[in-house]
Design a protein around this ligand. Sequence first.
Ligand SMILES: [Fe+2]
Ligand SMILES: [Fe+2]
Length: 309
Amino acid sequence: MRDTPARPVRERAPARIPDREQNAARLLRASARHSYDPETEIDWAAPIDPDLFALPAHRVALYGTPLWESLDARRQAQLSVHQLASVTSAGIWFELVLMEGLIRHVYDGDLTTRHAQYALTEVADECRHSTMFARYITATGYPSARPTPQAHRRGKLHFLLNDTTLTFAGAVFVEEFTDAMQREMVRDETLQPLARAVARIHVIEEARHIGYARPELERRWAAMGPARRAVFRRGLLVLARLAVAELVHPRVYTLAGLDARAARQAAAENPHWRQARIDWARKAVEFFTELGVIDRRTAPRWRRAGLLA
Ligand SMILES: [Fe+2]
Ligand SMILES: [Fe+2]
């Protein structure tokens, strides 16, 4: 009998997706080595210098606008601190939604797997992060850690929908976005030390979360049919837009003595702010494009949302 040449096998999932258990075991080992308790790692009692920016100036939503120019240097610095506090409260909102999704994921799974054990480890990380974020908000004098009513309602809707794949895709988007922003903060030694200390801990621990969510999304996406993919593409865009809209709460502008409506309009039209969002979203957007979650038809909507150049 004649040998037939081996035909390439079309796999359901690309071969480069790491083995689920091996990946989880690696992440658990990394967690054991590099986990931080912000209660003891951070000097919460250190005074905050009111002249230091918490974000690089060009990353503040109003940077370069006439409203920005109307503020003196100290008020510009305070605006950057309040913007970061607002981003941080959006971070808490997202982490609470993510934790709920991870708990449900474990509830549907088997806790003897390393994969499920890692999900709980990530919940433990996020518990510390949300507490750390809340302490940061309090330290800055920003008045609340609550999201906008719209985000609050959408979060509850996500609890009802219980879409684990969307939870993982949302995690990739928000964690890559935050990671890009916080890496800039860690690199910039002129920024407020407290903000940088929070960012440093978060960057280290979030790298593992991204390493958990990316292959999980990849596996789930590979198993999805065309109809489900079409719905999913829209769902993710809604989530990404909401997460980004939540970054700067209107109260940030009110606290600066500005008209919130005029300031939001100025930020929406500000090319610097558009560039910041595109830069911070880049890694997630590239990953979604590579997978086909963002395709030729949905890319223009991501562009209109100011998340793609
Ligand atoms: Fe986190
Ligand atoms: Fe995370």
